[in-house]
Design a protein around this ligand. Sequence first.
Ligand code: ADP
Ligand code: MG
Length: 326
Amino acid sequence: MDEFSFINAIKQTTYKQSSLIKGVGDDAAVFRQSGQDIVTAADTFVENIHFSRDTMEPYHIGYRAIAANISDIAAMGSQPAFYLVSIVIPSHWSEQELKQIYSGMRSLANQYHMDLIGGDTVSGQELTISITVIGYVASGKARYRGAARAGDIVFATGTLGDSSAGFQMLTHPGDYKDKEFYITRHRMPTPRISFANSLETLSRVALNDISDGIANEAAEISESSGVSIVLDFTKLPVSRTYHQFSKEKQRAWQLFGGEDYELIGTVANKDWQFVKQAAAETQTSVTEIGYVSEQHNRLVYLQEANCCKPLEKRGYTHLKQVNQDE
Ligand code: ADP
Ligand code: MG
């Protein structure tokens, strides 16, 4: 397959963003923006480290890769607009499979009217996809991890642990409840763009997306904000049939399971009603899961059965261990 025909095949014929001046086809893309802040993030996915053909179709590989990037834009309270894709292609990947990866990316990108405006194509040993997203936010309204304050309510969107549960179902076939649901949550996560954007009028909210498990993401907020966070274990939201798994797995996935791409945030008590309203208006579930404490030791505590212990910051690596120790 030659690079030229590949780029032609994945190139958009029309663009949706009115700020775009030059898309794919020159040495660089050009867009013009005034009045808003520009937000950008990048993520790289390597075959057999971040995804595997055993549990993902090429379409899902693309879908999940762009979802992870869009989720970072959501966590900044911003609106995604453009993406660039650099891809390292090993010779055993067919043009058809590569087009499916792009088709997965496009299907989610289209939901947000995003345009593919560039990238790079090279050959190499391991399929590697590196995506850069560019978005906009009203000036001064980007949401930072450092914005949490003592007395805030801590909340999470959606449900936790579903992606790990889906991965378990794919890697350990068996009789499970709501298999489709969990597998879809693993392969095709939903970034919380509309909810995050609906908080725009709030003067202060801390946000982080849950890519490495809530323990890790809460710790990032507590460290950046110089506060401590208390999470109530019994309040962590889970799906209706999540209890079909062992207590140990439920707990590990809820706290340390990655790739749910939900949001964790903190807001002043007085704004909690507004957050709930915004969630309802954007058809997003939101749950109060704890509070920001007066302590300044930058720890995350887990409140559970009258006991409150610091939560260790183990993330994804530990989870792999739990999954292997069956
Ligand atoms: P250059 O040699 O100037 O880097 P390329 O031949 O690499 O140009 O790319 C030509 C055009 O195609 C550029 O607009 C580039 O951004 C785009 N492009 C290249 N590879 C990809 C890709 N994998 N996905 C999306 N756009 C790409
Ligand atoms: Mg190039």
